[in-house]
Write a protein that binds this ligand. Structure first.
Ligand code: ADP
Ligand SMILES: N[C@@H](CCOP(=O)(O)O)C(=O)O
Length: 322
C-alpha cells in the first residue's frame, strides 16, 4: 500500500479550484507503488492521477521530472502528461507535500511476461531515448555507480542478516564493475541522454496485447542509453525462478536496435552495465529491506532476486550474455 498522506475532501476541493479540470467526483488511494502517494482522481471532466511526492524524490528536481514527462508526452510518447493549473504551474503543494496531477493512462501492467512483450518494451525504450534528445536539461544519476559504494557501506550492519556473506559478495562484484565502467580510466564513453532508469514491468502498461504507456519517471536521469537497456533486461528477462531467458533478451535488444542501432562499444559494455544494474537494485532493495519496519505500509522487495541476477551477469562479464 502506498498512501503515506491522506487527503481530506475539503483540502482536495480547494486544491482543484486552482485547476480547470472540473469538480472532484471521487478520489481513491492506489495500493501499488512504493515511493509516492498516488490517487485515482475522478472529476466531472475526466480521470486523472494525483501524486503527492514522499520519499527519495528531491523536491528541487521535480520540475525536471515533470518537464521531461511533459516533453515526451507532447512529442508522442504515451506517458502521463502533467496538468497545469490556471496559472500554468504543474507542481503545487497539497497537505504539506509537493503534488502534481497527471493524465490517466489506460491499460495496466502484466505479471506474465512474454517474448513479444519484451520486443515491444525494447522498441519503446529506444523511442524514448531518441525522443529525449530534444529535452536538453541534464539530471545526473543519483543512483549511479558513484552512489553504490556508500549504499553498500550503509548496508554493512544488517546486510549479512539477510544472507551470510552477502555484503562481501556484492563488494567483490562491485570491485570488478567499477574499474570496467564506461567513461572511467581507458573505457570508452557511450552515447548518453535521458533514460527512464526504472523500466520494470509494473511501470509499463499494456492494452489488448499492445504496449499502451510508460509511467513512473522519478528515477529518470541523464546517463548511458545502454545502461537503461541493461536495467530493462534485468527487469524483464528472467523467469520466476530467476533464470535468465535468452529469447526475451534477444527479442528486446533486437527490437531496440531496429529503432536505435547500438554502437560496438555499447555491445561490448552491455554485460558490465547489466552487472552494475543488478548491483544497483540489489543495494537499494537491501537498504530498504534493512531500514523499512516489517509493519510499514510498503511491501519490501526481495534483494536476493537481484543478487541472483548480479551473479549471472558477473559470470558473463567477459564473454557477454546474448
Ligand atoms: N498516469 C497513470 N495512469 C494510470 N495509472 C497510473 C498512472 N500513474 C500511476 N498509476 C497507478 O499508480 C500505481 C503506482 O504508480 P507509480 O508511479 O509506480 O508509484 P511510485 O512512484 O510510488 O512507485 C501504478 O501501478 C498504477 O496503477
Ligand atoms: N523498481 C524498483 C523499485 C522502484 O519502485 P517503483 O514502484 O517506483 O517502480 C525495484 O523493483 O527495486
Amino acid at each position: 500500500m502506498a498512501v503515506y498522506t491522506e487527503v481530506p475532501e475539503d483540502a482536495l476541493a480547494a486544491f482543484l479550484e486552482g485547476y480547470d479540470i472540473g469538480r472532484p467526483v471521487a478520489c481513491h488511494g492506489i495500493a501499488e507503488g512504493v515511493e509516492n502517494s498516488n490517487f485515482l482522481l475522478k472529476t466531472t471532466q475526466a480521470t486523472f492521477i494525483l501524486t503527492l511526492y514522499e520519499r527519495r524524490v528531491n523536491p528541487d528536481e521535480l520540475p525536471w521530472f515533470l518537464g521531461l514527462m511533459q516533453y515526451l508526452a507532447r512529442h508522442g510518447l504515451s506517458c502521463p502528461l502533467p496538468v497545469a493549473d490556471r496559472q500554468g504551474r504543474t507542481l503545487r503543494t497539497l497537505c504539506g507535500r509537493p503534488a502534481a496531477i497527471t493524465t490517466f493512462l489506460p491499460g495496466g501492467w502484466l505479471r506474465q511476461v512474454s517474448v513479444d512483450m519484451c520486443a515491444q518494451v525494447g522498441d519503446a525504450l529506444a523511442r524514448l531515448h531518441l525522443l529525449g534528445e530534444g529535452y536538453v536539461a541534464e539530471r545526473p544519476n543519483s543512483m549511479g555507480p558513484q552512489a553504490w559504494t556508500d549504499l553498500l557501506q550503509a548496508c554493512r550492519a544488517g546486510g549479512d542478516d539477510v544472507r551470510p556473506g552477502l555484503v562481501r559478495t556484492i563488494g567483490e562484484t562491485l570491485a570488478r564493475v567499477l574499474p570496467a565502467w564506461p567513461g572511467t580510466g581507458n573505457n570508452p564513453s557511450l552515447p548518453r541522454g535521458q533514460i527512464h532508469a526504472d523500466l520494470f514491468p509494473d511501470n509499463v502498461f499494456f492494452r489488448d496485447g499492445r504496449l499502451s504507456g510508460i509511467i513512473d519517471f522519478y528515477f529518470a536521469c541523464t546517463d548511458w542509453y545502454a545502461y537503461d537497456l541493461a536495467i530493462t533486461i534485468n527487469a524483464w528477462c528472467f523467469d520466476d525462478d530467476i533464470r535468465f531467458v535468452p529469447a526475451r533478451a534477444r527479442a528486446m535488444v533486437e527490437a531496440y536496435r531496429r529503432v536505435r542501432p547500438l554502437e560496438d562499444a555499447e555491445d561490448v559494455a552491455l554485460a558490465t552495465l547489466a552487472t552494475g544494474a543488478a548491483i544497483r537494485f540489489t543495494l537499494t532493495r537491501l537498504y530498504d529491506w534493512i531500514n523499512t519496519p516489517v509493519d510499514a505500509l510498503v511491501t519490501r522487495k526481495d534483494p536476493l532476486d537481484y543478487l541472483a541476477r548480479m551473479e549471472f551477469f558477473a559470470s558473463r562479464m567477459d564473454e557477454g550474455f546474448l
